[in-house]
Design a protein around this ligand. Structure first.
Ligand code: NAD
Ligand code: LMR
Length: 327
């Protein structure tokens, strides 16, 4: 029997939490032979704590063989103690008509104390995924607040956008999603993100050439992926939850266990592709041995360069808006 891995999930009584926890406990994230201990954080509010207890009762009632134990708490130092993986989901979701950056002030402040606690009590090898929006800038805030850890341990979720893009291309070309490879989402998890179909492949051939429809790429594919979160909010009256949880599972699974595919991850910029250090930027990555590596050597045309510059600018503006939280 493997040593259990400790997984912290914040916002555990929320709608993403409800889709996420059962899949983690069933082994879909870390492996079917990997026992887990769940450390669940919610706000102290009585209703939230009661709802969290209810979710934990349901987890108990699944009798998951891999779920070794769990704790529910409103104390970040308890939730993050010795964790190997931290999923920072808890935050306020946007409603109709809001942009994700409208959440900056409300949610930014959550990530300072949580980052600090992670720096103080988590495993020195902890892998952090920020899901709560605006995810890239919240990840930057947590990364800066966490002392003693490497920036590369902090990531933001671009995988939902990546998965959305895979399906759009598969549906357009009449192929299976598994035929679509080398997808990449650049920049911010926002309406400025750049989903790149020019370097993607469908059934071994260049995706843009296979699609052969520049108007669809510019006028349908890119805006559909960029604005899918708003379209879900409009349709459901609530922001995406099951698909977001699914993307979080994919992101962490591939980071921890490796993948043979390119995956899109928001990671600290390191100068790659001219993006200076200091923001959390979506890049195509490969993963192996518990590490990710930004895919190098992609040549962008002027269209792509302009899109990437726009999303970089937005991330720099978000950073400027919360500069007071980055001390
Ligand atoms: P929700 O409102 O259903 O749940 C959020 C939960 O977080 C609530 O139970 C709340 O009590 C809790 N919470 C708030 N502040 C907290 C704190 N400081 N510590 C611990 N828990 C806290 O929202 P949801 O639908 O689960 O969405 C959560 C976040 O994920 C939102 O910010 C949403 O915009 C974001 N999201 C991101 C992506 C992505 O692709 N990155 C996709 C979907 C949703
Ligand atoms: C999404 O992309 O579905 C989430 O980020 C929720 C949102 O606010 O769009």
């Amino acid at each position: 029997m493997k040593k259990p891995m400790r997984v912290a999930v914040t916002g555990a009584a929320g709608q993403i939490g409800y889709s996420l926890l059962f899949r983690i406990a069933s082994g879909e994230m870390l492996g079917k032979d990997q026992p887990v201990i769940l450390q669940l954080l919610e706000i102290p509010d009585e209703k939230a704590q009661k709802a969290l207890k209810g979710v934990m009762m349901e987890l108990d009632d699944c009798a998951f063989p891999l779920l070794q134990s769990m704790v529910g708490t409103s104390d970040a130092n308890v939730a993050f103690k010795d964790v190997d993986v931290a999923l920072l989901v808890g935050a306020r979701p946007r409603g109709p008509g809001m942009e994700r950056k409208d959440l900056l002030e409300a949610n930014g402040a959550i990530f300072v104390p949580q980052g600090k606690a992670i720096g103080e009590v988590a495993s020195r090898d902890v892998k952090v995924l920020v899901v709560g929006n605006p995810a890239n800038t919240n990840a930057l805030i947590a990364m800066k607040a966490a002392k003693g850890l490497k920036p590369s341990q902090f990531t933001a979720m671009m995988r939902l956008d990546h998965n959305r893009a895979l399906t759009q291309v598969a549906q357009k070309t009449g192929k299976a999603v598994t035929d679509v490879k080398k997808m990449s989402i650049w920049g911010n998890h926002s309406a400025t993100q750049y989903p790149d179909v020019f370097h993607a492949e469908v059934a071994g051939k260049n995706a843009a050439q296979t699609i052969n429809d520049q108007a669809w790429i510019e006028g349908t594919f890119i805006p559909t992926v960029q604005k899918r979160g708003a379209a879900i909010i409009d349709a459901r009256g609530l922001s995406s939850a099951a698909s977001a949880a699914n993307a979080a599972i994919d992101h962490v699974r591939d980071w921890v266990l490796g993948s043979s595919e390119w995956v899109s991850m928001g990671v600290p910029s390191d100068g790659s592709y001219g993006i200076p250090e200091g923001i959390i930027f979506g890049y195509p990555c490969t993963t192996a041995n518990g590490q990710y590596t930004i895919v190098k050597g992609i040549e962008h045309n002027d269209f792509a360069k302009a899109k990437i510059a726009a999303t970089q600018k937005e991330l720099e503006e978000e950073r400027a808006a919360i500069a007071h939280l980055l001390k």
